[in-house]
Write a protein that binds this ligand. Structure first.
Ligand code: RRO
Length: 304
């Protein structure tokens, strides 16, 4: 039967355009399986590196009036210990994308190789974490380094390589161009925005790391603008990420040019039903508007 919601993305076949964003429920095969069973079209793991990391001291999360601030600090068991989780997640029946970080191009290469060997369907290079020194956005903000890291990872593997960009730059489309020059198969826009909160009683920053990344509804309009700008300037598949909380948000991102959307913070607020409810909402929208396939709405906001 023709599935209106199915979409191809950088060689991956998604049953619907919703994906689990990196950093949420992504540390075990079991939790990734649960998200897949709840209806996600694909799942992305927590960012994984070469060596284990415990992350920052608490508090690592704080809720603000308009979104969540986090500074987890890349806690992860290392790719060596995570391989069995990838294997388990593979039984979920949807593409499993492993988020990879490194402190150098060489580290990205090593983790890429091991994640691919462990059975990842694709990789998502995290060149956009806003608050860990010498990795993340320190790579993604430097277009030369960004291109080098993507090229190195691409050389190492045949599976699709997605690149997740930071909004904490002057020109996000320039970063997308650099990732494309490096061979990126798709762009994920965006990671969290650098932000902070201060406790007026203690007079001190709340997060253990002082600075963190803002996610949730507050960043949706910024993420949408980033997707729109990239779509206008760079011929590359785009995945929207940032504050997607309902089907309208998902449709907005697709109209701006995204082929799929990632959902993170809203899973914490609304639970796992969000994948099905967004998919159903998109389906009803397509029906009402007379579209045959979700592909038809990708980039429609650009048509004059
Ligand atoms: O682990 C984190 O603190 C973290 C990461 Br890796 C990231 O990419 N984005 C974010 O907001 N937090």
């Amino acid at each position: 039967m023709h599935n209106k919601l199915a979409i191809e993305l950088a060689g991956l076949q998604l049953a619907n355009p919703t994906m689990l964003a990196a950093g949420i429920l992504g540390l075990t095969g079991l939790s990734l399986n649960r998200v897949a069973e709840a209806g996600a079209g694909a799942v992305v793991t927590k960012s994984i590196g070469l060596k284990p990391r415990t992350g920052y001291n608490n508090p690592t999360m704080v809720q603000t009036d308009c979104g969540i601030l986090n500074a987890m600090g890349l806690p992860n068991p290392s790719i060596e210990h995570f391989a069995k989780e990838i294997d388990e997640a593979k039984t979920a029946g949807c593409p499993v994308i492993v988020s990879v970080y490194g402190f150098s191009a060489e580290e990205f290469v090593q983790v890429t190789k091991r994640a691919a060997d462990a059975g990842a369907d694709a990789l998502e290079l995290n060149v956009s974490c806003p608050h860990v020194e010498k990795t993340g956005s320190e790579i993604g903000q430097d277009t030369t380094l960004l291109e080098k890291v993507v090229k190195a990872a691409k050389r190492e593997t045949r599976i699709p390589v997605l690149v997740k960009l930071t909004p904490n730059v002057t020109d996000v489309a320039e970063c997308a161009k650099a990732a494309k020059r490096g061979g990126a198969d798709a762009i994920v826009a965006i990671n969290t925005l650098g932000a902070m909160a201060i406790n007026v009683e203690t007079t001190k920053p709340i997060l253990g790391n002082k600075f963190g990344g803002l996610s949730g509804p507050a960043i949706k309009p910024i993420a949408l603008r980033c997707v729109y700008e990239i779509y206008r300037q760079v011929n590359v598949p785009i995945i929207g990420c940032g504050g997607v909380s309902d089907w309208r948000d998902a449709v907005e991102f697709m109209l701006a040019g995204a082929r799929a959307v990632q959902i993170g913070t809203a899973v914490a607020f609304k639970g796992l039903d969000i994948f099905q409810s967004i998919t159903k909402g998109i389906d009803a929208y397509l029906e009402t508007k007379g579209f045959e396939s979700v592909k038809e709405i990708v980039g429609l906001a650009h048509q004059r």
